[in-house]
Ligand binder design. Structure first.
Ligand SMILES: [Zn+2]
Length: 286
């Protein structure tokens, strides 16, 4: 567009302002979309014989079915927790059978529904000591109902329920007590090693915390036998894209979630991003 007169300049400035206003209102809308249960609702689905997705569009919740009840990974928050509870029912399970809630870390989007699961279904909440302490402090991003302190998980601890066994890892950085879990999923009876890295985002600061994060990622890199990435945000592991492939899987085709190379490549990406941020953090701390 060529500008020929004062009037044109004025109208261009107006357009610029309109554009700015539009972008401001779009980002405000995006924020509320995260908290809007209608926008966030996803039909629940089965991914493995014993694992189901009952999360929202932007933050995950998973149900692991055992012969002695259900284990839930993360609790969503606010009205989004309804998505999980409804999802469990829609899949033919009973939320009263939730025995444990494994909370990956004490940010509202993972812990916010834990109190409700304690109250309504008598679920037992597990978290690390560091993150139990976090709930005594003001919430970092958004307030939530504080759960009653139940079980404290230590590094290399285990949880057994019926014939199911979980193994825990403390992988700090994103918070100082991020809890990661390793467990077995079954595809038509065939076992695969699954892993949930409990705190992926780099939305924190400080050299010390970055150091924790980098060490955590390096530690995960040494595990070597993880076949299935179970992310606690859909953005960290193509949850929905892989499910689209799974839905149309023919007999004999591989399970799209079983992808050890992609898990390794993802850890490489996380490490690169963390090391780049570390350089910035070190520069800022000088
Ligand atoms: Zn978080």
């Amino acid at each position: 567009m060529t500008i020929r007169s004062k009037k044109d300049i004025l109208s261009n400035i107006c357009l610029l302002f309109a554009g700015l206003l539009l972008s401001i209102s779009v980002s405000a809308q995006e924020l509320s979309e995260n908290d809007d249960p209608e926008f966030q609702r996803v039909a629940p689905f089965q991914v493995f014989d014993n694992l189901y997705y009952v999360g929202a569009k932007w933050v995950s919740a998973w149900v692991l079915e055992t012969d002695q009840g259900l284990i839930v990974f993360d609790s969503l928050y606010g009205d989004l927790t309804d998505i999980m509870i409804d999802g469990i029912r829609e899949l033919g399970m009973d939320p009263n059978d939730i025995r444990y809630v494994v909370v990956s870390h004490a940010h509202y989007d993972h812990i916010g529904g834990a109190r409700r699961l304690q109250q309504e279904f008598g679920a037992v909440v597990l978290m690390t000591e560091e993150d139990w302490q976090m709930i005594e402090e003001p919430a970092v991003f958004q307030e939530y109902d504080k759960p009653i302190r139940h079980l404290t998980v230590t590094d290399s601890g285990t949880l057994n329920l019926g014939r199911t066994s979980l193994r825990f890892f403390k992988t700090p950085g994103h918070t100082t007590g991020v809890l990661s879990t390793r467990f077995t999923v079954y595809d038509n009876g065939f076992p695969h090693t699954a892993f949930m890295f409990g705190g992926v985002g780099l939305n924190f600061s400080g050299v010390e915390r970055m150091d924790m994060y980098i060490n955590s990622v390096k530690r995960l890199m040494t595990m070597g036998d993880v076949e299935v990435n179970i992310p606690n945000h859909p953005g960290s592991g193509e949850i929905f894209e892989r499910y689209e492939i799974l839905k149309d899987r023919q007999d004999g085709e591989p399970h799209p979630y079983v992808d050890p190379e992609r898990f390794t490549a993802w850890l490489d990406q996380l490490l690169l991003a963390a090391e780049a941020k570390m350089i910035e953090e070190k520069a800022a701390s000088k």
